[in-house]
Design a protein. Structure first.
Length: 342
């Protein structure tokens, strides 16, 4: 049975990473590989990014981070910011990961683990996603310094997340972050890297880059919702589906019930061999497209991609249904075959 493919252009991914690294210099770039490298496959993405000069990777989930470290070896440092248990902390340490720590109790779990943990202490600067509250930060840093003197941890970094809601709010978060770094240093800590910015803030505001920036979406060519195109960066993946039947409309196989949002029907167009055509319907395993002359079984339809043939980008799809550009990419089912070119 003919099935859809997610085609990942590794040459374009390398180009994206180079463009991002050039833009962020002299700050280093941490390539985010959460959720199986945004559903594109950790190992091939890490290998391509290493070729493009990447020396840092990171992700929320332990699985992606461990796979990234195993692929990169000593060529790169890998940061994991959401280990949740003592067992996960131990696994991360054993695998050579650097761990995000934004909770006093969790600091104790990490310090009690076998081996010396490389940690990045997290301050909550207003996003309230996680992290130590400012009023508790001094005591937290003092305790971390005690563990560091005892050889149980090494504080490699201080970090935070910012909301990227407005320049005013982000400036307030940055000021809070600067205060947190000074408090940490006053406690005797000497972090190598400070990092607070992700793709959008780091791209547009040089003062937010510090020593390291965490770039996910832009490395994969996903622009911000309602944001401008990013120079030198384009989507690295295309979702391509074969025509499986031709009648009053053209039926294409998408390969999975969870592969493509049904709400996109009637809202976007796709690329066909005869040009752009409307997407008219999305069913559990197939989609239907406005017909074109000469349509035949086996023809390929591009449901999203870099836009070179008129197809929507992932961000175009997200904007059409009121979500971010990452979601159409992340929801491509694991049952859809990934193929790699370039």
């Amino acid at each position: 049975m003919m099935r859809a493919e997610l085609r990942v252009d590794l040459a374009r991914l390398r180009q994206n990473v180079r463009a991002v690294r050039e833009r962020m210099a002299p700050a280093d770039v941490l390539v985010v590989i959460k959720d199986n490298a945004y559903a594109q496959g950790v190992e091939p993405v890490v290998s391509a990014a290493l070729d493009a000069g990447a020396t840092w990777f990171g992700g929320i989930d332990l699985d992606s981070a461990v796979r990234a470290k195993r692929e990169a070896g000593e060529r790169a440092r890998v940061f994991c910011w959401m280990t949740l248990s003592a067992e996960e902390a131990q696994q991360g340490i054993d695998e050579g990961l650097e761990l995000g720590v934004g909770d006093a109790d969790y600091l104790e779990h990490v310090a009690a683990a076998d081996g010396t943990a490389n940690v990045h202490l997290k301050i909550d600067t207003g996003l309230h996603r996680n992290g130590v509250r400012p009023e508790q930060w001094a005591a937290f840093c003092a305790r971390a310094a005690e563990h560091e003197r005892g050889g149980r941890i090494r504080v490699a970094g201080i970090w935070t997340h910012i909301a990227e809601a407005s320049d005013e709010e982000d400036d307030a978060s940055r000021a809070e972050f600067d205060r947190a770094v000074e408090i940490a240093r006053s406690a005797g800590l000497d972090p190598e890297v400070r990092h607070l910015a992700a793709s959008a803030a780091a791209w547009h505001r040089t003062e937010f880059r510090y020593d390291l920036v965490r770039i996910g979406a832009f490395c994969y060519g996903i622009r911000s919702e309602d944001g401008p195109e990013i120079a030198g960066v384009a989507p690295a993946s295309s979702l391509v589906a074969p025509v499986v039947a031709v009648g009053d409309d053209v039926e294409v196989a998408i390969g999975s019930v969870d592969g493509y949002a049904s709400a996109l029907a009637g809202r976007v167009s796709v690329a066909t061999p005869a040009g752009v055509r409307a997407l008219t319907r999305v069913d559990p395993f197939t989609s239907r497209v406005e017909p074109w002359p000469g349509a035949a079984v086996g023809d390929e339809v591009i449901l999203f991609g870099p836009g070179e043939n008129g197809e929507p980008t992932p961000t175009d799809l997200g904007e059409a249904i009121g979500t971010v550009g990452e979601e159409p990419l992340l929801r491509v089912s694991p049952l859809v075959t990934r193929t790699y070119i370039g």
